[in-house]
Design a protein around this ligand. Structure first.
Ligand code: HAM
Length: 433
């Protein structure tokens, strides 16, 4: 480890002028690529509101114990991937690897259960120290939804249908995979049997699977290694071993999804990387993503609020990976609308530059996007800036135009020019005369 990485407060003059890069696996989204992000966030707010979800904002940092207890100490997320640090010797904190535990903490801390069922959504960065690859980063962003206080299968079906509706509005088709992971009544006996069954086949399974057999046998079913597949295909299935209430819940969810016109596939090997799930587990997958095919995942977590010290409260939620959704939208060639200036002022001289400032301020106050190049300089250079900005029109202002109150509006696409009275500019740009 290089010392300059460990001593951020070292003598900065030593390193003056040395380039400092971003952190591995943590990305910038530059303005040229931000349009799909804005689009997915705008549509999320719009669609979630239609279904009665309201936004919650919680911190990016929480107590380590929240995730250890909430997500599960044995999960890879907590055990291997979490950024944990001691805050000046006072407490163990962690960068949140996901949003559910924090939402549940806030729900409990503010006594929200007294208000009856709640539907929340959130957007924000999450952190997992995974090996970066396409679609997998160390800082990534989620759009998530949580419902508290409803145990009925109608809630599961409505939420899955909402996510389907949301993606459809973005022009994205994803495969809906559904499973039931049982509950405390039926899962333990199944896990014992699965452990024994897998234990007898250790030689045919990869090292990762072998490591997981004792720790988290359900995760073995999720292994993607080719040589493990023949064994795992034959593994006992939890869907065949559900207790009566879990089976009835699963059947009801499937039936209601049918009523809502959502196409789905039951995937008995779908397991999730977090410990809190019971009954419904689901994922939305897209072939456009390659290995990291899940664009969203979620499920029911009826015991979680209690585990974290709250009153017994059922819950269900999902989170969608924004980087992955952006990749899909880009792969589909979806062009999100970009805000372009209606006009770009070009200053021919000092008087024109001052007038351009005044006119631009007035247009902006009227809600019309416009721009200018405060550096002034040659007309050619300013026209190039107008081009880069994607302006619809350019308008040259100099002493003559200021004196006469008239100028020429140049259409940047057709290159045609037409006269305009400066006082009528706003009306011209908004379609009036
Ligand atoms: P998750 O399946 O761990 O669930 O993550 C949800 C989604 O976040 C994934 O489907 C994926 O799109 C994205 N994602 C996860 N890890 C990464 C990564 N390293 N890089 C890029 N994208 C990633 C949860 O986080 C649960 N909290 C979901 C939930 C909410 N369950 C109930 N309520």
């Amino acid at each position: 480890m290089r010392r300059d990485r460990l001593t951020p407060l070292g003598p900065s003059s030593t390193y003056a002028g040395v380039k400092i890069n971003g952190v591995k696996g943590m990305n910038d989204v530059l303005p040229a690529r931000v349009a799909p992000w804005q689009e997915m966030e705008r549509v999320a707010r719009e669609v979630f509101a239609l279904y009665g979800y309201r936004e919650v904002r919680t911190p990016s940092v929480e107590q380590y114990a929240l995730f250890a207890r909430g997500v599960g100490e044995m999960t890879d997320i907590v055990n291997k991937e979490m950024y944990v640090f001691e805050d000046k010797g006072e407490e163990m904190l962690a960068l949140r690897p996901e949003g559910t535990a924090g939402a549940v903490r806030a729900f409990i801390e503010h006594g929200c259960h007294v208000e009856g069922p709640q539907k929340w959504f959130y957007l924000g960065p999450m952190f997992r120290r995974e090996r970066p690859q396409k679609g997998r980063y160390r800082q990534f962003h989620q759009i998530g939804c949580e419902v508290f206080g409803v145990a009925e299968p109608a809630c599961d079906a409505e939420q899955i249908a909402m996510l389907d509706d949301y993606l459809a509005r973005l022009g994205v088709r994803a495969e809906v995979k559904l499973n039931s992971v049982g509950d405390a009544a039926c899962r333990p006996a199944y896990l014992d049997d699965l452990r024994t069954w897998l234990g007898a086949r250790r030689a045919a399974l990869c090292p990762d699977c072998n490591e997981r057999i004792d720790r988290n046998p359900l995760r073995v079913l999720d292994c993607k290694v080719e040589s493990c597949q023949p064994v795992l295909r034959e593994a006992p299935r939890l869907v065949d071993r559900l207790c009566e209430p879990c089976r009835a819940h699963f059947e009801a969810v499937k039936g209601m999804l049918g009523d809502l016109g959502v196409t789905f596939e039951v995937d008995p090997r779908l397991v999730r990387g977090l410990d809190y799930y019971v009954r419904t587990a689901y994922e939305f997958a897209s072939g456009a993503l390659g290995a990291q095919s899940a664009v969203a995942g979620g499920g029911r977590y009826d015991g979680l609020v209690e585990t974290l010290g709250g009153p017994p409260t059922p819950g269900i939620g999902f989170a969608l990976g924004q980087e992955r959704l952006a990749l899909i939208m880009e792969a589909l060639g979806r062009k999100a609308p970009v805000e372009r200036p209606a006009v770009f002022f070009i200053a021919a001289d000092e008087a024109g530059a001052r007038e351009a400032m005044r006119r631009a301020a007035a247009l902006r106050k009227a809600g019309i996007a416009c721009d200018l190049d405060p550096r002034g300089g040659k007309l050619k250079g300013q026209f190039r800036q107008a081009e880069r900005a994607g302006a619809r029109f350019a308008l040259v202002l100099g002493g003559d135009e200021v004196a006469s109150g008239r100028a020429r509006l140049k259409d940047m696409e057709t290159r045609e020019e037409s006269p305009v009275a400066l006082d009528e500019l706003a009306a011209r740009l908004t379609g009036g005369r």
